[in-house]
Design a protein around this ligand. Structure first.
Ligand SMILES: [Fe+2]
Length: 194
């Protein structure tokens, strides 16, 4: 199994700042690589939560896996960086919102099934909620422009505020030929809000 996803994203980022043109190219690269994610990740018995799969030492982008248990749902949040989401098993519901400090308004809502992708990019397309959909646990892979040490989470009456993000770090065969991975990095539990 090769790591051409990383190489393709590196070559895209080498051209400069990510706008929607570059983001479309990253979406294409992720779509092409999706069978590798599905083959490697879908048959394992993951606990619900966030898993860090890869961090790029040159450009800083990260690849994360999110495992969604029944009823798991994020708060309304933003990342402050570009992101690509690929559903690799079962389904999630993605709802997007305006970036309003008092009352974010829903802009769109769609169910994404395995094989489908979505993106976020600030400032206009960043605020969203992701929720597990249907009767079966879901798995998605997320590629972000930087490591998410915090998300920007909306709370009624308080607006958007930074909130720490934790994830487990795991090593997969997908990225075994890369030399970035800190196999002994800290492992911390993470529970999505329900
Ligand atoms: Fe998100």
């Amino acid at each position: 199994m090769t790591c051409n996803l990383v190489e393709r994203i590196q070559s895209i980022l080498a051209k400069g700042k990510v706008d929607k043109v570059q983001l479309n190219a990253i979406l294409d690269a992720t779509r092409d690589f999706m069978p590798n994610f599905q083959q490697e990740l879908c048959d394992q018995d993951w606990e619900p939560g966030r898993y860090m799969l890869y961090k790029d030492s040159r450009y800083g982008f990260v690849v994360m896996m999110l495992v969604w248990g029944k009823g798991d749902k994020t708060p309304i949040h933003a990342h402050g960086t570009w992101g690509v989401e690929a559903i690799i098993k079962n389904s999630v519901r993605v709802t997007t919102y305006t970036y309003c400090q008092k009352n974010p308004i829903e802009l769109s809502c769609s169910v994404l099934n395995a094989g489908e992708l979505a993106f976020v990019i600030p400032p206009d397309d960043d605020v969203h909620v992701v929720a597990q959909e249907g009767d079966l646990p879901a798995i998605s892979v997320h590629i972000y422009g930087k490591e998410l040490t915090e998300n920007i989470i909306f709370s009624p009456g308080q607006g958007f505020r930074p909130s720490p993000v934790t994830c487990r770090r795991v090593q997969t065969k997908i990225f075994e030929k890369t030399n970035w991975f800190q196999a002994n990095a800290h492992i911390s539990s993470y529970q999505m809000s329900r």
